[in-house]
Write a protein that binds this ligand. Structure first.
Ligand SMILES: Cc1ncc(COP(=O)(O)O)c(C=O)c1O
Length: 370
């Protein structure tokens, strides 16, 4: 484990986190029921303007249940962004289904609409109409949802938005996670709203969220004895976790402004870097500022130089179609995600990052060019 003084993203716990946790403990509400769960659900629901919210113990469980309520089962094909964190794809395998990967476009780095359509048509020609599409909003940047949703609707395939890192990001004023049939958020320890570990599944469709609540709390049938007609999971969020979430949510808009500011400041000082594009009508929460350098060698040199100063600069995701575990999976590729992996870096982006450190990061990157 490397010892960094400056990390990519640390949770800022400078609100009422301790007060709310102490209160939950004093009320003896530390399990899967309690007032903070109700409050967190209500506040998320108001913030993202969607009624149905299921609070779970991770973003991964939320994707798993989201796919399950869409009816994904053994032998099904599910299309998934290849440029993502493994949880988006692992959950497809949990259900015995087959992930088929779709490459990104170079503007937002998210699922490429042309590749998506190519994948759907080719899979249908193989007699495998995809059961669902998992679209990821990489590092908080919204995908081209208008185009992607139009294609999905045309072929009548439901979309699950993996908005794990995109809480608060928007497309034309609509929050990421509320555009597809289902949306997922993560509140793990490095996310913009951090509860240490947690997630949410949201949908305009009440039935999906009710079903997810049922499966996620051990599939207990509504009778006064233990009866289980389905396979259940222990995925509920605890009231303690929700207490932290309530406090975190109170400063979310400030956090987004600060992270956006950090991005602007990097952009000004490091002109040579290729950043994720915020297209017209888009607001990214800029959870992590990421960019591409001129070569893989530059990435390695930059990371080494940063490490010597105990500053964390990371690599971008290694796409799923390049993972040994998924070596058998089909994929529809255009080279984008592999380029991003080769040339991309993630930069420290916590809200409390000082201007001094930002300048140091910029200098490290610029020095590798000379
Ligand atoms: C794109 C994406 N999907 C899913 C997850 C999984 O979320 P969690 O860590 O809350 O299980 C992550 C976590 O970082 C993620 O980045």
């Amino acid at each position: 484990m490397k010892n960094y003084k400056v990390k990519l993203s640390v949770p800022l716990m400078n609100g009422k986190e301790q007060e709310y946790i102490a209160h939950a403990i004093s009320e003896n509400e530390i399990g899967p029921r309690g007032r903070y769960l109700e409050l967190f659900k209500k506040n998320i629901s108001e913030y993202i303007e969607i009624e149905n919210v299921s609070l779970l113990n991770s973003g991964t469980s939320a994707i798993h249940l989201g796919l399950k309520v869409l009816g994904v089962k053994e032998g099904d094909v599910v299309l998934c962004s290849t440029f993502t964190f493994a949880a988006s794809a692992f959950t497809i395998v949990y259900l015995g289904a087959e992930p088929v990967f779709v490459d990104s476009e170079y503007e937002t780095w998210n699922m490429c609409p042309e590749q998506l359509e190519k994948a759907i048509v080719s899979e249908m020609n193989l007699g495998k109409k995809p059961k669902a599409i998992v679209v990821v909003h990489a590092y908080g940047m919204p995908a081209k949802m208008n185009e992607l949703m139009a294609i999905a609707k045309h072929y009548d395939i439901p979309v699950l938005e993996d908005a794990a890192a995109a809480f608060g990001s928007e497309l034309n004023g609509q929050k990421c996670g509320t555009i597809g049939d289902l949306g997922v958020f993560s509140f793990n320890a490095n996310k913009i709203v951090s509860t240490g570990g947690g997630g949410a599944l949201v949908s305009q469709n009440k039935k999906y969220v009710e079903l997810a609540n049922y499966y996620g709390s051990q599939a207990k049938d509504k009778v006064d004895f233990y009866k289980h007609s389905s396979l259940g999971y222990n995925y509920s969020m605890s009231n303690l976790t929700a207490a932290i979430g309530c406090a975190q949510l109170e400063s979310l808009e400030d956090k987004i402004q600060e992270r956006r500011h950090i991005y602007e400041s990097y952009k000004k000082s490091i002109q040579a870097i290729g950043f994720q594009k915020e297209l017209v009508g888009i607001r990214s929460n800029r959870w992590l500022t990421c960019g591409t350098l001129e070569s893989q060698v530059a990435v390695q040199k930059t990371m080494n130089a940063a490490l010597s100063k105990q500053i964390e600069i990371g690599r971008l995701w290694n796409p799923m179609h390049c993972q040994p575990f998924f070596y058998k999976s089909r994929s529809y590729l255009n080279g984008c995600s592999e380029d991003l992996f080769k040339k991309g870096v993630t930069l420290p982006s916590s809200e409390n990052l000082t201007l001094e450190i930002q300048k140091e990061v910029a200098k490290i990157i610029l020095d590798q060019k000379t």
